[in-house]
Design a protein around this ligand. Structure first.
Ligand code: ADP
Ligand code: MG
Length: 267
């Protein structure tokens, strides 16, 4: 399966109301190119699923959206990514507030070795979002509520976050992301370490979060993509082969590579 020369993404890669717009984005790890000239919009208040075979560049592309790739020495990104019309790769951009505005949830729940309260309060503290203890308490409560965790932890806010179940830890990480008031949440296979019940909870939560946030989720589960997203982008060897409404991608894929993937001929 070789890279397709001059491939033009099939479907509808652009949106009327983009929150994020990637244009001609390529990514290199040293000499090796991992992403090829991607044009893709992520619409405001949509959930977009990024799917495709392992190693096709889903995580690499996701990390472009909040400059997380900056933390990898050999990684180089070209092209532009606009967040509300501002290029996040502009030299003047400070990545610290950027990564609060475009938050990220990882594959394995990674709470800090701190209390539940302090996990959520950490970001607001370093970003100076609370002016008093009462303020901070309020942010912590609201974030845990939005992450669907408040009821389960309100009586043990000062116990270690690492003592929670895997699914609760992942919701704690979502609460931690929400606490710094993001506009976009990036999720890289957020349920891959969770059991089906914990997964269902996170999926429900993603659907609720869409009201307030724009979400891009990488998933290797096509069922999950179908359940949580409105649009789906199919990646293949670093190219976006096809983007369309999720329904269309799974019922009437336009490109033969998309079809081969969703019918399970490779993965
Ligand atoms: N830190 C890294 N250093 C070098 N190559 C990497 C690094 N991360 C990913 N790659 C390479 O980039 C390509 C895309 O990887 P990745 O974005 O992780 O794919 P996916 O998330 O779709 O599985 C792969 O060939 C992978 O080996
Ligand atoms: Mg990945």
């Amino acid at each position: 399966m070789a890279i397709i020369e001059n491939h033009k993404t099939v479907g509808i890669p652009l949106c009327k109301e983009p929150k994020l717009s990637a244009r001609d984005v390529s990514v290199f790890y040293g000499e090796k190119q991992a992403i090829f000239n991607v044009d893709l919009d992520i619409g405001a208040n949509e959930v977009i699923a990024l799917i495709g075979p392992s190693g096709c560049g889903k995580s690499t592309f996701l990390r472009c959206l909040n400059r997380m790739n900056d933390t990898i020495d050999i990684c180089r990104v070209t092209g532009s990514i606009l967040l509300d019309d501002n290029n996040i790769y502009d030299a003047r951009v400070d990545v610290v507030p950027l990564r609060a505005q475009v938050g990220m949830v990882f594959q394995k729940p990674n709470p800090f070795p701190k209390s539940i309260y302090d996990n959520v309060a950490y970001g607001p503290r370093i970003h100076g979002l609370a002016t008093s203890r009462v303020d901070l308490d309020e942010i912590v409560e609201k974030s845990l509520q939005r992450a669907g965790l408040w009821g389960e932890v309100k009586d043990r806010l000062h116990s270690p976050g690492t003592g929670l179940s895997g699914g609760q830890q992942q919701r704690l990480c979502i609460a931690r992301t929400i606490a710094v008031d993001p506009e976009v949440i990036l999720m890289d296979e957020p349920c891959s370490a969770l059991d089906p019940i914990a997964t269902a909870k996170i999926e429900e939560l993603i659907d609720e979060l869409r009201e307030n946030y724009t979400i891009a989720i990488v998933t290797h589960s096509m069922q999950q993509a179908a359940r949580v997203s409105q649009r789906t982008a199919y990646f293949h060897l670093g190219q976006v082969i096809e983007v369309n409404t999720t329904d269309k991608v799974f019922t009437t894929p336009q490109h033969q590579l998309t079809e081969a993937y969703i019918t399970g001929r490779f993965g």
